[in-house]
Structures are given as C-alpha cells and as structure tokens.
Design a protein around this ligand. Structure first.
Ligand SMILES: *Cc1c(COP(=O)(O)O)cnc(C)c1O
Length: 425
C-alpha cells in the first residue's frame, strides 16, 4: 500500500489554496479503497455510501477491472480514432449485445455523452423527421441534472448550475417531471425532436417517478414520433436493482427480449459513471442503426473516446456486473435498506421518508431546505465510519457499491440508526 507523509489537514489546505473551489467536499481525505470500503490518510476505515455518484457500482479497485486496465496500459493506451485499435470493436460488440442496441458511440465524461445524444437527436430531427433547420426542440424535465457544459446548464433550473453562465443555448423546453399530461402537451407541438429524461432524478434527491411514468412517456413519444432519450448515467448498470432503471419492475436484468412488456426501450440510451466501475472516464450513447447512422465521419468525435484502455476497462466493468449478479444484490439489499429506514422514520422525528429503488436511495430529513441539518448528520456519520452526502439541502443520498453484503448492510443500518437516534445539532 502506498503511503503519504501528509496529514488530512494538510491535504485539505492544499486543495483549498491551489484548487478551484467548485466543490464543497466533506472534510475527509481518502487514500485507498477496496470494495465497499475507503480509508483516509490516517487509515480510518469508512463505508462508502456515495460510490462516486454511482460510478463505483462494482466496488473500489475491483481486481478484474484494475487488471484489465493495467494489462492494456502496458500494451497500447491511445491511438485516436484516426486509426482503428484492436480493442474497440470487441467492446462495441460486447456492449451492444449487452444492452441490445445496434450501435455504440464512445465518449469519456457523462456530459459529453449527453451532448452527443442532443446532437444526434437534432440531426435525426432535421434529416429524418423534416424539422426545419435550426428549429428543433428537445423537451427536458425540470430539476434535471445532465452535466455541466454550457448547453446542458442552459436547460437546468438549478440557479447555482446556471446563473451567470449565459447566453444560453436555445432549443430546450422544460416540463414538470412525472407529469405525462405535460409531456403530451409539449411533444405534440411541432418541431419536437426528442424527450431527454432521467428515469430517476438522482441529483434532484432521488426523485422517483410513479411506476408507469417512464413507460407512458415512451408511448407518448412514439405517438408523436419523438425520440425518447434515457439518461441512465447514474441510474444504469444495476444501480436501481435492474440492469437499467427503464427496466422498471421487470426482473429480466435488462437481458429480456425486446417485446418484454415492462421493459421500456429508449430510442437512445446514455451511459457513463459505472461503465468503468470508477476506474476510468468512460461514457457513450447506444442507439439503433436508423438513428446512429445520421452521424457521418467528421461530424462528431473525441480524441480519447473509445481508446484501448477504455475499451478494455468498459468490457471488464460490464462483465463484473453480470458475473457477480449485482442487479439482484442491489434489488435485495435495497429492499432491506428501505424497510430498515422506514422503521427508523417511525421512531425518529428527524427522518421523514425514505425513497428510491435498488441501492439508489434518499432519506428525507425533517428540516427546511436551507437548514444545515443534513450536512451535520453527514459529518456525524463520517465520524461513525460511513460516508454519505446531502443533495439539495435536506436530503441524504445513500448509494453504496453494489458489492455490499447483507451483513455489511446491517452494520451500516446500525451506524445510521445510532447516528440519527443520538443526533444533537
Ligand atoms: C453525473 C451525471 C451526468 C454527468 O456526468 P459527468 O461524468 O459528471 O459529466 C449526467 N447525467 C446524470 C444523470 C448524472 O448523474
């Protein structure tokens, strides 16, 4: 294990002084990770209940993923797409078979993959659906989180994300989330190219829609010939107890036939985060030929997108999800977590509600949006050996790596219970 001479306090001071202040981290300096555990510089052990915003679904430093990465790093790292590389085709074959789409377009960060989907949707609208040039509208949901580019923040309604970053990219219309009527009103207007949506809004506080919302939304989009784009960067790859959140309550792990009644198949599927198990930035868009073929050489790209390390790591990360049956584990332990937290909500005035699906859950703290209560609970959880982070004021997201065992989960439930029941402001 590597060591550092630095203390946590010194590491924090360095970041404060030399780094841009674009985050507000919990004051813990992590130095090592394995499975569900991370350790700080002073070797205190924690359960990681954030999983790097669901990038580390496969657990920290999964040996199979690390091996794929280090083996490939010694062979060939980057060619650019000016040439073919010996790993990309294999990865594309694997991922398209895995998610049952014709084609994959690889990028790096989640935001880039969202941008890619937006570009494809517009081009498809103009070339295949006769939308007049420069008139395409993409409908989005309020309280969305799709990333941080200038175009993406243009259709955010989070003032922190958006304010003073204009002028904003036109061509987006925001409607209420979980409102099928508002969706139909929006997509029935002319020139709508696509509806872009998160099947569960993670950053908004694990905002979980009604069971039939996604299926209805797809049906409404189909009716008006509008593309349905699912941003599963956070919800996908087993996090919600199914391979994809659009699988809903279907138990097929996303591997069912396309006609499966409860599986909503998006026109475009956006993935990122856990596509590498947290080892490497890998994202991309999946779609069928009819849609993907609107992109021709020279019209979109990325120097690092689809590089050989990404291809090796992405394949290994998806294999781990299947081999270790992480969707089943997320489903089972998610049910356990929510039932334990519901009990806690009955015992404690501090906890109002638990919501979520699989191992993407949030506990709503009984205090105002502006209060510091959720933050100070997270500080006390940290002292007790569990790392979680508030989203949007009074909501705490709990999203451990999906490799967590039942015994570890019960230990974590104990930590959360003790912290909440003994909480003093
Ligand atoms: C994290 C996230 C993104 C952005 O991904 P980055 O890799 O941070 O650019 C987009 N959409 C959703 C739903 C996310 O959770």
């Amino acid at each position: 294990m590597s060591t550092t001479q630095m203390t946590s306090k010194e590491a924090i001071e360095l970041e404060d002084k030399y780094g841009a202040h674009n985050y507000h981290p919990l004051p813990v300096v992590l130095h090592r990770g394995e499975g569900v555990y991370v350790w700080d510089i002073e070797r205190k052990q924690y359960f990681d209940f954030l999983s790097a915003y669901s990038a580390v679904n496969q657990g920290h430093c999964h040996p199979r993923i690390v091996r794929a990465m280090t083996d490939q790093a010694q062979q060939l790292t980057l060619t650019s797409r000016a040439f073919y590389n010996s790993r990309l085709g294999e990865f594309e074959q694997y991922i398209t078979d895995y998610f049952k789409f014709d084609k994959f377009l690889p990028m790096n960060s989640g935001a880039e993959a969202v941008e890619t989907a937006v570009k494809i949707a517009r081009k498809y609208g103009y070339e295949k659906n006769g939308i007049p040039e420069d008139q395409a509208i993409i409908v989005v949901a309020k309280d969305n989180f799709h990333g941080r580019t200038t175009t993406i923040v243009s259709f955010s309604n989070d003032e922190d994300a958006r304010k003073s970053f204009g002028p904003y990219t036109p061509g987006f219309e925001a409607i209420d989330y979980n409102d099928s009527k508002a969706l139909e009103a929006a997509v029935s207007k002319p020139n709508v190219a696509a509806f872009l949506v998160e099947p569960i809004q993670g950053e908004a506080g694990v905002n979980t829609p009604s069971d039939d919302y996604i299926r209805n939304a797809k049906a409404v989009c189909d009716k008006y010939n509008v593309l349905f784009i699912a941003d599963e960067i956070q919800t996908g790859i087993a996090r919600t107890g199914a391979l994809l959140a659009v699988c809903g309550k279907c138990s097929c792990q996303g591997h069912c036939e396309r006609q499966e009644a409860t599986y909503t198949r998006p026109s475009m599927l956006i993935l990122g985060k856990a596509l590498s198990g947290g080892a490497y930035p890998i994202s991309g868009v999946l779609a069928d030929d009819d849609i993907m073929n609107v992109i021709k050489p020279g019209q979109h790209g990325s120097t690092f997108g689809g590089n050989p390390i990404a291809a090796a790591v992405g394949t290994a990360a998806l294999e781990v999800v299947k081999h270790e049956k992480l969707a089943q584990n997320a489903r089972k332990l998610g049910d356990l977590f929510r039932s334990e937290m519901s009990k806690l909500a009955e015992e404690s005035d501090l906890v109002t509600l638990v919501r979520g699906r699989g191992l993407l859950n949030a506990v709503i703290i009984n205090d105002s949006q502006e209060s510091e209560t959720a933050w100070s609970i997270c500080l006390q959880l940290k002292d007790a050996g569990l790392l979680a982070k508030p989203t949007h004021g009074n909501i705490i997201r709990f999203a451990p790596p999906l490799v967590i065992t039942e015994k570890q989960m019960m230990q974590c439930v104990g930590i959360i219970r003790d912290t909440i029941l003994n909480y003093k402001a």
